[in-house]
Design a protein around this ligand. Structure first.
Ligand code: TZP
Ligand code: MG
Length: 383
């Protein structure tokens, strides 16, 4: 690789620069200004568009560096525009596709011959629309399946693609993929942050923050903390009962009981792709919630549970009917633990919510549940 280009003249006065040890580093220094010249990475953006077939939109570079290789649509942030505006502009210029920023995928530093180092900010795009039409510094634009990518020009783009595909897989509807199955649906209790942190470490796809007491301020603070953790891990974050706390913390969704805000009212306030789950205690409530447009149903209590003892358990026979009749994702809840979860799996349930069973050894419990519900083949091969 050729040596990276270095700045030779002071950008303020044009004087030739020298090297001087200042503030613990050898730095470029302008003797006329008497100041070191700090160099910073150049900000750029990259857009990750994933279609319903889970293919990723790439462009073939018409210019150096890496002319002829494929990369994500994107480019340098110009003065007067935000990174998000830059990303959408570059996407439209290079591919003809317009869309909306769904979320930040990641930020990576890339070495560059021309710019020394480039700070690449990657965004996932939703609602991509338009006809593919390569332009600007792209000579071709096409969607590629994950198993058939060409060589990607920049390592930072490979990292962004991998992370975006993972988010899409876990992220359900909001990222264009399928919502369920969830496997371990972790409902936090008592030490919410610790449980959420360990659940993320264990690979939980969904964390629900469930707290019935405390001030709104406290609820908001804890929810915001769990939102930060779940963003890092790519887990979905759902707030139980409280639509306001869910919206204020930019949760992925809310879980509503039969006496909470009605689903239709929640939809009026919620952003597009916001997940709304609804609790149902029996087949009738489950069918009604599905008809009203719930994204998933929390069905239970399946077994007797001290965590919620006001409702009679539905039992396995009635649950089987719900599994057969309800066509949207189901999350079984109530009295489920690592010992009885196989009975639910045998019934066709693919997502199980637990409160008490995730209180101790949370990460390991999540792994065990996911091994059974999401990766049963891996389970078999382990014997
Ligand atoms: N909804 C139906 S049962 C239940 C909720 C919130 C509590 C489940 O708790 P646990 O400890 O997993 O039995
Ligand atoms: Mg509730």
């Amino acid at each position: 690789m050729p040596a990276l280009k270095e700045l030779r003249h002071c950008p303020v006065c044009g004087e030739s620069l020298v090297c001087r040890y200042v503030q613990h580093h050898d730095r470029l220094f302008c003797e006329r200004c008497g100041e070191p010249v700090y160099e910073n990475p150049v900000p750029a953006t990259a857009a990750v568009v994933i279609n319903e077939k889970r293919e990723v939109l790439l462009v073939r570079r018409a210019r150096d560096p890496q002319k002829g290789k494929w990369c994500l649509p994107g480019g340098f942030v110009e003065l007067g525009e935000t990174p998000e505006e830059c990303c959408l502009r570059e996407l439209a210029e290079e591919t003809g596709i317009s869309g909306r920023i769904a979320e930040l995928v990641g930020i990576h530093l890339s070495r560059s011959y021309s710019y020394h180092s480039v700070l690449v900010i990657g965004y996932a795009i939703e609602n991509g629309q338009g006809t593919l039409c390569p332009g600007d510094d792209a000579e071709e634009a096409a969607f590629f399946p994950a198993e058939g990518f060409p060589e990607i020009a920049f390592h930072s783009h490979s990292l962004l693609i991998r992370k975006a595909l993972r988010l899409d897989e876990r992220g359900g509807k909001h990222a264009g993929g399928l919502l369920a199955p969830f496997g371990a649906y972790v409902v936090t209790s008592l030490d919410h942050r610790r449980i959420a942190r360990d659940a993320c470490a264990g690979g939980a796809r969904v964390i629900q923050y469930r707290e019935k007491s405390g001030s709104r301020r406290e609820l908001l603070e804890t929810a915001a903390a769990i939102r930060r953790l779940t963003r890092e891990s790519g887990s979905l974050f759902i707030v139980n009962d409280f639509l306001d706390i869910a919206l204020l913390t930019q949760a992925d969704g809310v879980h509503l009981g039969q006496s909470d805000v009605p689903l239709a009212r929640a939809r009026e306030l919620a952003p597009e792709h916001f997940i709304v789950g609804v609790s149902a205690r029996n087949l009738e409530e489950a069918l009604a919630a599905a008809a009203a447009g719930a994204d998933y149903i929390g069905i239970g209590p399946v077994f007797p549970t001290p965590t919620k003892d006001e409702d009679p358990p539905i039992g396995l026979a009635a649950l089987r009917e719900v599994v057969d009749r309800v066509k949207i994702p189901l999350v079984a809840i109530g009295g489920i633990d690592l010992d009885n979860m196989a009975e639910l799996h045998a019934l066709g349930v693919r997502s199980v919510a637990m409160v008490r069973a995730f209180q101790q050894d949370t990460a390991e419990a999540v792994r065990r549940v996911n091994r059974l519900f999401l990766h049963p083949q891996a389970n078999e091969s382990r014997g």
